[in-house]
Design a protein around this ligand. Sequence first.
Ligand SMILES: [Zn+2]
Ligand SMILES: [Zn+2]
Length: 215
Amino acid sequence: MTLNEQKNAILLLMDFAVDEDDQAPARELLEKYAADTIALHLFQEFYSYLPEAENDAIRILRRLDKRGGNFLIAATTTKDTYLYLTNSEGAEFLGNHQDGIWDEEVLEYFGYSREESLRKFLDLNAFPVYVPVNLDKSLCLVCAVDHGELHRLGCPLEVCPWCGGQLTRCNCRFSEAGVDQLTSDGQLEKFIEAVEGKGRVPFDATDQCVGFKTP
Ligand SMILES: [Zn+2]
Ligand SMILES: [Zn+2]
């Protein structure tokens, strides 16, 4: 799905999910994030499964935390504030802001307890408005990891540790990892093992504009 197709799908959902009076500001906010996969995933998730099962509209997105291309985002709506875990692949609803985070896996990933999450995120005004990834020069444009973090697997901007080319495109999977295609889980695992053995190349924000070497 292209960004534009996804935006149109969300607009269609909004026809049914948003009250007449809230339509204009809700659409304006969507427009502000129209080039951002991460926000679009959140909008789509929200307007597909309205948390209270009644009409509502997102008013503001705040960035609460971030790690490895995963964003913890608070979506404040006309009714309440909800927490979402979002990355370049999708968005997951975590619950109401006032209840804190219950998901054990998410808590462990970010390294705090539910009580700590309640305390840490109590004052939403202390957290910045979520900025689209393409406007944040410190992030990988595609998978949104920070400088020094490993790209999310399959990110087309990951540099191949063997040839310096584009890892998702070069021929090193055949010549170095010894797999002939990446269609089965077994082959993919073998490839990951080989590339991790060699040492994956983390995202370098200072190198954003430099093209890949031609092998
Ligand atoms: Zn990336
Ligand atoms: Zn290569």
